[in-house]
Design a protein around this ligand. Sequence first.
Ligand code: IVH
Length: 670
Amino acid sequence: MTNDSIQNQVEALREQICYHERKYFIDDQPEISDREYDQLMKELERLEAAHPEFITLDSPTQRVGGETTLGTSVPHRGQMLSLDNTYSPEELYDFDQRVRKALPDQPIAYVTELKIDGLGVALLYEEGRLVRGATRGDGEYGEDVTANLRTLRAIPLRLTRIQLMPTVLEVRGEVFIPRDRLDEVNRQRIAEDQAPFANARNAAAGSVRLLDSSITASRPLDIFIYSLGYAEGIEIPRHTDALTLLADLGFKMNPHTEPHSSIEEVIAYCHRWTTDRETIPYDTDGIVVKVDSLQQQEILGTTAKSPRWAIACKFPAHQVKTQIEAIEVQVGRTGVLTPVAILSPVQLAGATITHATLHNEQELIRKDVHVGDTVFLERSGDVIPKITAVLTDQRKGTEKVFRLPDHCPVCETPVQRSEDQAAVRCVNVACSAQLKRRIEHFASRNALNIDGLGPAIVEQLVRVGLLGDVADLYALKQEDLTSLERMGEKSAENLINAIKGSRDIPVAKVLFGLGIPHVGANVAELLIDHFSSIDNLADATIEDIESIHGIGPQIAKSLLHFFSQPRVQEFLKRLKDAGLQWATESSEFTGTSDSIFVDKTFVLTGSLSTMTRSEASEKIKERGGKVSSSVSQKTDYLIAGESPGSKYDRAIQLDVPILTEQEFTQKLSS
Ligand code: IVH
């Protein structure tokens, strides 16, 4: 066969595969069986392997394995705005009034769309080929996530040829994970001792912002395209025309978009979807209302953050009624007893709910919760549900008052109640429940980050007496581990290596890992920043500690109590002798006054690839900046690493500038 005819054959196969991918992943109307599809793919792979000179980036075989450019920030073709929120029909009437006032005597047509709860992205196509995919970022610049987005088969690598093909095209859409697939992902994460994603949005965001595109490829990600950002070479009068064009080009569009000629119709659509949203397999958090005419959109313009031609109408939180069958008591790391309601299993926003925390005894009294009560359960986006109300008028008289016990349910030591009665504590530091939680905390990601030491392993190690405290971890041998259930040679070796590796974890994380009451990750950083070592901190007076900005008397008292115990001193000595990081080199302020860091407040989220979060904090502080643990109006920058958490969403909500790791490291060296 000549080279030309091989190339033609390869190209014809690609066209065929693209067509069937579109039928399967976008139109949901497959025309061939999975087997037939696999055969086509195998044939293409075979030809490309024999003739690598014909491999092109838009070949369906080239979805996974592209080089990740995570950390690179790229400009959007036009700003990616966010939306103002409304919660009632009155507010929608107000919106309509504002629109009409700006466009007197003009007919107004609206479009309503489901607001998909995922991660906003922009896709750039040149000559019909996907060249870039980016997150929303700060709206002007996003993070380059091309390699990861390429793995989504609902994202076309090449567009369907149409007559008036835009030469350059940027489209915006929402990447999401269907609800039932999130449950699957979370089950697997729990089995692998990884923290489950709190909601579908975090799961989507975490999966798109990974360093390894093959992991993204394994996540059940999907996308709906919701608008045209930029198109070169074509004129479009209305948003609905843009949506038709996008569908023709082969993008996956949401089927529930509707045009309306009055705000009343819009309100009726919102009402309908407030309940109908349960019937679709992905999470939505509201409706987006848009003025259809692009010319009218132009006249209406935008405020600093959001367009005046669109608004989001947010859904109320999901609510269901269920019954409290029993109340169980859990013993936490610091001995605090937490009441947990065991519920009659109930479906709520697509998940089966069986437990809900009641937080503490005061909460129990405040809400007047009895065993047997009928309650309202609410879930607003997050996986963890809340009891929001007790239906006292539905009591039959058989319900029972519940109070926390006088003895620890695990070790039976008498409990102690705090002065304000909020906390009930098991004071036996040797209580096995506390010990297990302490070890889990010590091994957790923000502390010593010991991979593979999850609850199931900890449970066994404590049960067989191999772990009496976390210092015992450093004496464990591989043969100790292989005797445990479901622990092979390889996992045992990995765990031993992970424990060894934790000796390099910075001292602030070690301090956090000790699990001293009221000493969270950020407080631990502040303390180490000031005292440079755990030994200096242990020798400090209450005045020394309280003099640190951001540290109050409660923390100081807790630290003093912790370090004053002979048992703790002996335990800390064993940890230090095991070779854990115990001090930091004291850091002087080296920044110049015009550095971008001076007096600026930074928040870190996600993991960084070139340094740990404590190292990053240290570098910020060395340059005169501050590090805070939560995002607020006062935050100057969010530094987002891989798999950022809810802080990322909050920063987007508050329009806090987001720095990628690369931008951050550039600023460090400038
Ligand atoms: S339109 C200026 N349409 O919601 C128009 N956004 O809070 C802004 N979203 O960042 C976007 N579904 O990620 C639009 N049908 C939809 C949407 C949608 C989800 C997300 C999007 C945006 C955020 C706005």
